[in-house]
Ligand binder design. Structure first.
Ligand code: FES
Length: 282
């Protein structure tokens, strides 16, 4: 069976739209009691507690839920930013804390909050401090697993829409070509030893789905979509088309975590409810 037979473009489009539409119904599936939180510690830290996030859907393996999406914007020069929510004061159990949160993000009806990213130790990461100063550009990861990116970019370069030229046909021998061109990036990390890992994909499947979906229209641009690349199982960094062995798990056209074979579908953005860990007290 050829790759085209396994993953026809038409059916890929339908899957995406179906996944997005079905997001509400799937929300409960993403709920997990695996992470517990002491509400007393919530008050002293910044945020934490039950949150509904937009995630790339977890479709197989032990991961309890998907990985959170990061809304992007593209500036006048074509450079791609991961949007950070608005920083504001919030009253939590009688204590005022700073939190980054945007209600009704760009009219999508979605509350976008830093709490989406508070798992796997990232809740203590400097870059997730609400007030951490950053221009929020997505920077090319020096250790990228994509040959095109190693050849054309250096670690720390801003990712630019022009870097994704040829995305309609791009392929690297893993799975099917023409479903999206990926890049690995860091976000809000400066020269941190523990940078925040992000994956970016530009795909016409994403562009098409955004045409009739308020959230995708608000959070993606020209088919460019980003997500936090941290497995919700035991925090490994998965890969989109980085491992030919992923075909064994039907994951060669998806995001595959090599640690315990969790699979995520970047073309299916759904709601996930989970317990965000509180940030440590300042
Ligand atoms: S599947 Fe276990 S860390 Fe990703």
């Amino acid at each position: 069976m050829s790759d085209d037979d396994k993953y026809p473009a038409e059916s890929g489009r339908r899957r995406f739209v179906k996944g997005v539409v079905g997001g509400g119904a799937l929300a409960g599936v993403g709920a997990t009691g695996a992470i517990s939180v002491n509400s007393l510690t919530t008050a002293s830290g910044a945020g934490g507690g039950t949150v509904t996030a937009k995630v790339v859907e977890n479709v197989a393996g032990p991961a309890p839920r998907g990985m959170p999406q990061i809304p992007i914007e593209i500036d006048d020069e074509g450079n791609i930013k991961g949007v950070w929510p608005e920083v504001k004061d919030k009253d939590v159990q009688g204590i005022t804390i700073k939190i980054a949160e945007t209600e009704d993000y760009k009219g999508s009806g979605v509350t976008y909050t830093q709490e989406w990213f508070q798992y796997c130790g990232l809740q203590a990461n400097n870059g997730l401090k609400p007030t951490y100063e950053s221009d929020n550009y997505l920077l090319s990861d020096g250790g990228t697993k994509y040959a095109w990116q190693r050849e054309e970019l250096s670690g720390g370069d801003k990712l630019n829409i022009s870097d994704f030229e040829g995305y309609e046909e791009w392929g690297n021998g893993v799975g099917k070509s023409g479903i999206g061109k990926p890049a690995m990036a860091t976000w809000r990390s400066g020269d941190s030893e523990n940078p925040i890992p992000v994956n970016v994909i530009r795909s016409d499947l994403i562009e098409e789905a955004a045409q009739d979906n308020d959230w995708l229209a608000a959070s993606t641009d020209r088919g460019v979509m980003a997500y936090l690349n941290k497995c919700s199982h035991f925090c490994c960094v998965p890969g989109f088309k980085t491992n030919s062995g992923s075909a064994k798990y039907d994951a060669e056209n998806k995001i595959y975590c090599q640690c315990h074979q969790s699979v995520y579908d970047p073309y299916s953005i759904v709601d996930a409810i989970y317990t965000a860990l509180p940030r440590p007290a300042e």
